[in-house]
Design a protein around this ligand. Structure first.
Ligand code: GCV
Length: 843
């Protein structure tokens, strides 16, 4: 059995399909040089199979075996030679009472490491801490640092949770995993808990290695049926595969479950029958899972039921659960994401503002919550946008602890089809000083509990991994999960430092690999912000559909409240106190004053706080509109460089991951141009103000498909108009007949890059062929819905717009260029335009 496990570890490293993520334990360079500085045996103190200290022993054996090819033995007591001793502080002190004095103070989950001449001592404050220590030691040596050191490491905050938004069933809210782009749920299928929970166990292992201590497995838009006795048994099986890694299970609840599942005629939190029903649920869950972490509840938000249905407060709702959990030691995390998406009206009320909701709803409740209640607050007041100010609610809760909710799944940030390294954004948020009572009050000091002294505080990360072997659907996106865990443990770590560690563990030690991944990653968030939404206007995506492609017009005119208030002359939300929604006034005075005044509001949040003319001058001296145009050109130009940078790594990393990443970067480069042109076209059309550099609306290399000679294709007006160059594309005349679009090229003879912009809808797999003078240049299929996990769309729009480029194609003046489109299913092989680009030009 051991040798099978051994092969499994080595096998994972060889397959490089992403499953092993940063725990590949791939051989370090010059491994044999270090053998003498490594332990020869592992001693686990008081280890019980299925618990973290035992796991730590296994990981040390597998890790040192994989990294250095050194086979360790596991011993119960001290053998001869160098040893790695791992256990809890108390188990160690029991055996060596005299050692107690020399040991540092550890908080819950903390660990102590002492490495000296091949002897390794790993002690945890608890079993979980011991496992964290073992993972830390393995990470250090995997990075090639096999030298003596001593380290005491304590987490910055006790709550370091992951929220999965997994539905019980495929076809639930947004498929199997809501806003998940890495395949189906690893936990649930067909209304039940999966029989095979292997992936759930592997997930717990990854999470433990970055210090995550609990996972809420089901969607916050919760299905009450998770609480049937059969499903509770299934949940206990999930807890069983988590337990060896010290990861506790948490559960999202549906507030109306007493009625939906329990058959009561009410779910009023103050009704005695309701209270008793929930107590029964808690007792039944804890009978099966004595170490369950607790609950997560989304109430009175986006159609979810909650206490306000009965005119009760959010505190009444949270306390209902808190009291039922108290006998079992569980905690309840209650989300602050409470708002009314039905009646906000932007036309009737200038002061209406979704951003105001959280503070308004929680106002006056700070001292009303039970001690085991934590309030989970999204980093910004709206919803995971590319840039938001820190939510002011963090400054209003001084007695009740808060967690900051970050989103690893890139819902509004490219859905893992665009690379966006998020640590720099999170760092900016965590370092932001909210100046409560005019004293230093960084967000990180609030969520560590240091600023206000609460005990239960920390981090929640929405991490929608799925059955895809890459977990998130993209190898590079995994740096976000790694960074989340690392920052939740220690927010002082740097974005580049974390990235360096992750890159070594994931891709090895090659300097060029590091340089390329660092450059791409560190430029990725600024680039995405540049081409998706500038100056605090939010990610200008389609907010009514998949939250993916560009659709600035969708932000306004609906009650979702993600408004831009753009008209022909002006744009931005006036959130000032003197003239606007009053949101700025929710911050402590120093910050409120900064945002109230247009002069002191940073440019990157200007349109979040102020409604201004497009001609408003920024601090940079540019106008708002020219900034929009320039930023969209700049960001999309940066995205093109990601492809050429990555191509330098050919042969330097395994083919499997090289190709996987390359495919996505090429796609991103094309889609960034879709973003650029859609957003620029939209605001040019609205404002009528031309681009000073004459780029917007002028595409000299472009041949519009609707202007080509069409046979079997017809012109189609796209909606929203800006999602097509010239507002039109072509579609086949029927769903079963072929279309051709032909033109004679007027360019001088030479080599060109030919780029075809087309639409890949999730309705079929059309085929396109590109010919020059009847010679096939290339052929492709409209199957991105299988290749990319991003939200599928049945429409011809900014979500489905894509580009296929053929580089270095020889053409003559007068050559015939032809595209043949074969529709499939309901997808009519749509084409927007073809660019004939002198080599190296992008447009
Ligand atoms: C789980 C946004 C997302 C929803 C999500 C919600 C939430 O609105 O689009 O998919 O629902 O946030 O955080 O509850």
């Amino acid at each position: 059995m051991r040798s099978l496990l051994w092969l499994a570890v080595v096998g994972l490293a060889v397959a490089e399909d992403g499953l092993a993520a940063w725990l590949r334990y791939a051989r370090v360079p010059s491994a044999s040089r270090h053998l003498g500085k490594l332990p020869s045996a592992v001693v686990t103190l008081n280890a019980t199979k299925g618990y973290p200290v035992h796991t730590a022993g296994q990981e040390l054996v597998d890790g040192i075996g994989g990294l250095f090819g050194k086979k360790l033995t596991v011993a119960k007591s001290k053998p001869k030679g160098t040893t790695a001793t791992v256990g809890t502080v108390s188990a160690y002190v029991d055996k060596n009472p005299s050692a107690a004095k020399g040991l540092p103070d550890l908080v819950e989950d903390g660990f102590y490491l002492k490495i000296s001449k091949g002897n390794v001592l790993i002690l945890g404050q608890n079993e979980r801490g011991a496992l964290y220590g073992a993972f830390h030691y393995l990470s250090v040596i995997a990075q090639g640092n096999v030298s003596d050191f001593t380290l005491t490491s304590n987490p910055d905050a006790p709550v370091r949770w992951v929220n999965q938004w997994d539905n019980m069933q495929d076809g639930g809210t947004h498929g199997s995993v809501e806003r998940g782009y890495g395949g189906d749920s690893i936990f649930f299928w067909d209304g039940h808990i999966r029989e095979d929970l292997t992936r759930a166990g592997q997930y717990a292992r990854l999470l433990a290695s970055i210090g995550i201590n609990a996972v809420v497995a089901n969607n916050v838009n919760a299905n009450a049926s998770i609480l049937t006795p059969e499903n509770m048994d299934g949940l206990a099986r999930i807890a069983d595969v988590f337990r060896p890694y010290g990861v506790q299970l948490g559960l999202s609840l549906n507030f109306a479950a007493p009625q939906l599942l329990g058959g009561l005629d009410t779910f009023d939190p103050l009704d005695e029958t309701v209270v008793n029903w929930w107590q029964g649920i808690a007792d039944n869950l804890y009978k099966r899972i004595p170490d369950m972490a607790g609950y997560l509840v989304k109430a009175n938000s986006e159609g979810q039921p909650g206490p306000m249905t009965y005119n009760r407060t959010l505190a009444d709702g949270a306390n209902l659960f808190a009291r039922t959990l108290q006998p079992h030691g569980g905690i309840i995390i209650f989300r602050a994401f409470v708002y009314d998406h039905r009646s906000l009206n932007q036309t009737l009320d200038w002061k209406a503002d979704r951003a105001n909701a959280a503070v308004n709803y929680f106002d006056g409740l700070d001292d009303k919550f039970e001690d085991n209640v934590v309030i989970q607050i999204k980093y910004g007041p709206i919803d995971f946008q590319v840039r938001e100010p820190v939510s002011p609610l963090f400054t209003h809760l001084r007695r009740t602890g808060a967690t900051v909710e970050l989103q690893i799944t890139q819902e509004y940030l490219g859905q893992q089809a665009h690379v966006v390294y998020l640590a720099p954004m999170w760092k900016e948020l965590l370092d932001f000083d909210l100046r409560v009572d005019s004293k230093p009050s960084t967000l990180k000091s609030i969520v560590s509990g240091k600023r206000f002294g609460q005990k239960l505080t920390g981090y929640a990360g929405v991490v929608n991994v799925g059955t895809n072997t890459t977990w998130l659907g993209s190898h590079l996106a995994m740096s976000n999960l790694y960074a989340y865990g690392k920052l939740a443990w220690d927010p002082e770590q740097t974005s580049t430092g974390i990235l360096k560690e992750w890159t070594t563990l994931t891709f090895g030690h090659d300097k060029l690999v590091h340089d390329v991944i660092t450059k791409i990653s560190m430029e990725s968030w600024p680039a995405y912000e540049d081409y998706s939404g500038n100056l605090g206007i939010q990610t200008l995506t389609d907010i009514l559909l998949g939250h993916y492609g560009p659709n600035p017009g969708s932000q306004d005119g609906n009650p979702w409240g993600q408004w831009t208030r753009a008209d022909d002359d002006t744009i931005g939300m006036d959130r000032t106190v003197w003239n606007g929604t009053g949101f700025a006034g929710q911050y402590p005075p120093e910050i409120a004053a900064m945002y109230e005044n247009i002069e002191t509001t940073p440019d990157n949040l200007l349109l979040w706080f102020h409604h201004v003319p497009y001609t408003q001058k920024l601090k940079s001296g540019k106008t708002v509109i020219q900034h929009f145009y320039d930023a969209h050109y700049k960001g999309s130009a940066t995205a093109q460089t990601f492809v050429t940078l990555w191509e330098k790594l050919k042969g330097r990393i395994d083919k499997e991951r090289y190709e996987h990443v390359l495919f996505r970067l090429i796609y991103q480069a094309g889609h960034s141009l879709v973003w650029r042109d859609s957003v620029n076209q939209f605001y040019f059309n609205k404002s009528g103000i031309p681009d000073e550099l004459g780029r917007v609306g002028n595409h000299k290399y472009r041949i519009e498909a609707e202007e080509m000679e069409l046979k079997g294709y017809k012109s189609y007006r796209v909606s929203p108009f800006e999602a097509a160059s010239g507002y039109h594309c072509v579609v086949t005349e029927t769903n079963s007949t072929v279309g051709t679009a032909t033109t004679k090229l007027k360019v001088p003879s030479g080599k060109y890059d030919l780029a075809v912009n087309y639409y890949d809808m999730a309705l079929g797999n059309s085929t396109w062929e590109l010919f020059v003078d009847r010679k096939l240049v290339g052929k492709w299929k409209g199957d991105l819905e299988y290749e990319l996990g991003r939200a599928p769309s049945p429409y011809i729009d900014g979500q489905t717009a894509a580009r296929k480029t053929f580089r270095g194609v020889r053409v003559k003046k007068g050559s015939e260029l032809k595209v043949v489109g074969r529709p499939d299913g309901l997808e009519p092989a749509p084409i927007d335009y073809i660019s004939v680009l002198p080599e190296g030009t992008v447009d």
